[in-house]
Design a protein around this ligand. Sequence first.
Ligand code: NAI
Length: 330
Amino acid sequence: MRRITLINGDGIGPEISNAVAKIIEASGLKIDWDVQTAGADVIEKEGVPLPERVLNSIRENKIALKAPVTTPIGKGFRSVNVQLRKELDLYANLRPCKNLPNVETKFDNVDIVVVRENTEDLYAGIENQIDENRAESIKIITREASMRICKFAFDYAVKNGRKEVCVVTKANIMKLSDGLFLECFRNVAANYPNIEKREILIDNLCMQLVQNPQKFDVLVLPNLYGDIVSDLCAGLIGGLGVAQGANIGKDYAVFEPVHGSAPDIQGQNKANPTALLLSAIEMLKYIGEFSYAQRIERALFMTLKAGICTADLGGVSTTDDFANAIIRHL
Ligand code: NAI
C-alpha cells in the first residue's frame, strides 16, 4: 500500500482533508496516510509551526498532500509553505487551471497549466536599503534554475499529452536576466521536437489571457510573473475554492490547494473541498494512478454538473453532503 504524508492543516484544513480522504477511500484506492499536524495549532505544543517530524515524514514518503495552514502574523514564524519549499527544494510550482462544470466564469474551455519557477528571481530576498530614500531588490536568474524549470515544463507537457509550451518573459527590457531565462528555454526546447514552442512578453500575455485564454496551453515563467499569472488564471476558472496547486522538486512533491485556512468559515461544514480534491487528483496522476485519478475526477464533474456544490459556488451543500454526492457518483 502506498504511504503518503497527509498534512491536514488547520482552519478548514481538517474538514476538507477528511472529505478528500473519504472520497479517495471510496474510489477503492488504498492509501496508507501518514497524518502529520502542522501550523498554528502545533506551535503551542512543539514551539514551531513546521516540526522536523513533518519534514522527515515527507522525506521518507516522497509525496505529501497538504491542506492549508495558518501563518501567524507578526510572531516571527516563517511561513510553513515557504519553509517546505526551501527545505525540500520544491523548485516547480504547478498550477493547472481548467474550467469545471457549472462553475460560472467569464470564459469556457480554459485549460492552462502554469509552471512557475519557485526558488529565485526577485523572491530570493536580496534587498538593500541604499540610503533613506532609495531601496533595491535584486533579481537573480541562474542558468541552472532556468534550465530545470523549463525541462520540468516540457516533461510535464509530454507526460500529460499537452501540445505547446509557451515561455513568458520581459526579455526585451531585462535583456540579461530574462534574456538568460529565454535562452535556457530555447536550449531545452530543442530536445522536445514533438511539443510546439511559443515565446511571449508578460504584458502581452496578460492582455491576451483576459481576452482569449483558450489560446494558451502550458506556460513557463520566472517566479514573480508566475506568482501573478497563476492567480490571474485561478480567477479565470472560478477562484479560490477550485484552484489547485503543487510544489514539486527532484525528490519530493507536495500537492496543495491555493487557498488558505479560511478561519472565517472554520468548523461550519461549509468549506469547499474541490481545490484539495483536484490537488489530490493531480497527485494520483503524478504517482501513476491514472485510472483512479480519472474516476474521481469524473465523479467530481458529474456532481458539479448535477448542480450539487457548496455555498461559495452558489450551492446549498455542506462539505459532507458534497463529498457524499461525489462518492455516490464514483
Ligand atoms: P483564505 O484563502 O483562507 O480565505 C479567503 C476567502 O476565501 C475567505 O472568505 C474564505 O472563507 C474563502 N475560502 C477560501 N477557501 C475556501 C474554500 N475551500 N471553500 C470556501 N471558501 C473558501 O485567505 P486568507 O483569509 O487571506 O488567509 C487565511 C490564513 O490562511 C492565513 O493565515 C494565511 O497565512 C493562510 N494561508 C495559507 C495558505 C497555505 O497553507 N497554502 C495559502 C494562503 C493563505
